[in-house]
Design a protein around this ligand. Structure first.
Ligand SMILES: Nc1nc2c(ncn2[C@@H]2O[C@H](COP(=O)(O)OP(=O)(O)OP(=O)(O)O)[C@@H](O)[C@H]2O)c(=O)[nH]1
Ligand SMILES: [Mg+2]
Length: 596
């Protein structure tokens, strides 16, 4: 009796592929091992002993193969030497009826005998045919291999073995053992018992690991490129209950959850129903009692806790879901999106991490998809207007509705800032960034801000953010203070005092004075001509008129002339003319200034 998985390699002469057999136990006590062996096979050789016919175990294995989504196979009726022709014909008809409507519907049914060797050539030919029809697995290029065997080999050390599901592995690579996330180094690679430098998708592979004890390794773990997979403690899935499941399934029922080569105990949470009846298909969240490593799209099987019996299985949709509110239409809609095509998966991935953006490469890595397929899915969504590209090197996209919501949010943050700081002239960019990036993203910040500035919903001067048309609101006390400062500059006419003098004269604290002065400068009531000279706007205007009058008279104006005209010292005349040059009233020509 087989109790462990067996591996045999078949090389058919002149045949381009090698066929790897995984021999699984038939006994009901070892269905767990059978599931581990069958979890990622390309095709099944479904064996029914001619003298026994369709047994209970035949039915359970058949259910498991269907739930695992195995796509093709061959039916072998073994021990054909033990029955007569009539019985064989009868059994064949019975088996045809049994597999009707399944993946084995049109599979060849081949009677064989290992005693007489009858039918073995036909079987070999059928194997070659099935092998030819097996499609290449889509490869995301990132290494993943569920562990189905662990052993110690003399002179080779601790070894894990399995079938590589994606990517490749080389001697010297660092890999991760999940769900524990233990990083180890691959010392050597063996393919079909031969030492190799590397192995790749589809190959039975044994990896000799460096510095790791056999005791921490087991069937059910997954070897993967570091960071590719995360241990899952909750899994959302599409669950199909077998039509002949013994009873209904309820939320909080405890089941054995098999995926890849692993088995963990889980509680079921039904998302749309109180109970699932045999034959029904439902959305469920499995709350795992210990973590496992799986990927979107992987198949799983559930078996009752005791007595142990296969009752259903299906497809994994999300390996890091939140705890859902049951019967919540939005949550259910979200889970269903994982069942769709890649574009639907991309949309749901963006919704899940909303409002943070994603790049096609992120999706390829997270879901084990090919990069070009991910890029095509993003392009499709962008075309439909569901997502928008954020310009920049990373090539990320956001949901358009997120972009709009974030734009509103940014405006709101700025408005709130001014509400709290009515006297503030501008919101510091750094403040806006800090507040916005919490729960968002740096690339999204820049893009959203640029968009709002372009639409003139916000204005930006270097590191200061403002709202167009907004005036700083000032308290009466501040207003009074501003008026006193303004009056000082106004009273001084053309020979204005220094800022320090005004501050001292009014007996103000330097910080209070600076804030008020800054406000007056912002409002344009005072104008700073140069670092040392500040004018009231009325007298700057008078000085401008005087300058223009002089220009009309002589077509030019000098510092000395303006000095006389305004009765000021050289310092002021100089500051005024330089200012007028800067703002385009006059233009300097040697030591004269002419009309611009
Ligand atoms: N007469 C006859 N006996 C066979 C034939 N094939 C296998 N047997 C016998 O049937 C018994 C069971 O064979 P196994 O190959 O262990 O059967 P299995 O289906 O792998 O059994 P499990 O691993 O327990 O699921 C053994 O005693 C074999 O010698 C056959 O073609 N003819
Ligand atoms: Mg066996």
């Amino acid at each position: 009796m087989t109790i462990e998985l067996g591996f045999v390699f078949l090389n058919i002469p002149d045949y381009e592929k090698q066929i790897v057999f995984i021999d699984v136990p038939g006994h009901e006590k070892f269905v767990k091992t059978m599931v581990a062996g069958a979890s990622h096979i390309d095709a099944a050789v479904f064996i029914i002993a001619a003298d026994e016919g369709i047994s209970v175990q035949t039915r359970e294995h058949f259910d498991i193969l269907r739930l695992l989504g195995v796509k093709r196979g061959i039916i072998a009726l073994t021990k054909s030497d033990l029955v007569d022709e009539m019985r064989l014909l009868e059994l064949e008809a019975e088996v045809r009826g049994f597999v009707a409507g399944s993946f084995l519907e049109s599979a060849p049914v081949i009677p064989v005998s290992s005693v007489t060797r009858a039918g073995l050539d036909t079987l070999t030919a059928a194997l070659a045919d099935v092998g030819r029809r097996v499609e290449r697995r889509p490869d995301c290029g990132i290494f993943r291999m569920p562990v189905d065997r662990v052993f110690v080999m003399h002179g080779f050390g601790t070894v894990i073995a399995g079938t590589i599901l994606s990517g490749e592995v080389k001697a010297g690579d660092r890999i991760e053992i999940l769900p524990e996330r233990r990083e180890v180094k691959v010392r050597g690679v063996q393919v079909h018992k031969e030492k190799r430098d590397r192995s790749e998708i589809g190959r039975r592979t044994a990896l000799n690991l460096q510095d790791i004890d056999k005791d921490v390794l087991r069937r059910g773990q997954v070897a993967a490129a570091p960071g590719f997979l995360a241990p899952a403690t909750r899994i959302d899935a599409r669950l199909r209950l077998l039509a002949d499941a013994p009873k209904e399934l309820k939320t909080r029922d405890r089941v054995r959850f098999h995926t890849g080569t692993d088995e963990v105990i889980a509680r079921v949470v039904l998302l749309e129903k109180e109970k699932a009846q045999p034959g029904e298909s439902v959305l469920a969240q499995f709350v795992l009692e210990s973590p496992t490593a799986a990927l979107h799209g992987d198949r799983f099987i559930i078996r009752t806790f005791s007595p142990v019996q296969t009752i259903g299985g299906g497809e994994i949709l999300d390996t890091s879901p939140p705890r859902h509110k049951r019967f919540d239409p939005k949550a259910i809609e979200g889970v269903k999106r994982w069942e769709g095509l890649l574009a639907s998966i991309v949309e749901q991935a963006l919704r899940k991490r909303s409002p943070r953006p994603l790049a096609p490469g992120d999706v390829a890595r997270e879901f084990g998809k090919r990069a070009e397929d991910a890029a095509a899915a993003f392009a499709e969504l962008a075309q439909a207007g569901t997502i928008a590209a954020i310009p920049g090197e990373r090539g990320v996209y956001v949901l358009r509705e997120d972009a709009e919501r974030q734009s509103e949010r940014m405006l709101d943050l700025v408005r709130r800032f001014f509400k709290a700081n009515p006297a503030g002239a501008a919101m510091p960019l750094a403040d806006l960034r800090t507040q916005f990036v919490q729960g968002a993203d740096e690339a999204l910040f820049k893009w959203t801000l640029d968009g709002l500035v372009e639409k003139a919903s916000l204005k930006r001067r270097e590191n200061a953010i403002g709202i167009p048309g907004r005036e700083a609101k000032v308290s009466t006390k501040d207003l009074e203070l501003a008026l006193r400062i303004e009056a000082e500059f106004k009273r001084a006419r053309f020979e204005t005092p220094s800022e320090d003098d005004v501050c001292r004269k009014l007996g103000l604290h330097e910080r209070v004075f600076k804030t008020a002065l800054h406000g007056l400068l912002q409002q344009g009531k005072l104008i700073r001509l140069d670092p040392k000279v500040v004018y009231h706007r009325d007298f700057l205007e008078k000085a401008r008129e005087a300058t223009l009058a002089q220009l009309r008279k002589k077509r030019e104006v000098t510092i000395a002339e303006l000095k006389d005209r305004l009765q000021v010292s050289r310092k002021y005349a100089c500051a005024l003319l330089e200012y007028f040059d800067r703002v385009g009233v006059t233009k300097r020509l040697g030591d004269k200034h002419v009309a611009k």
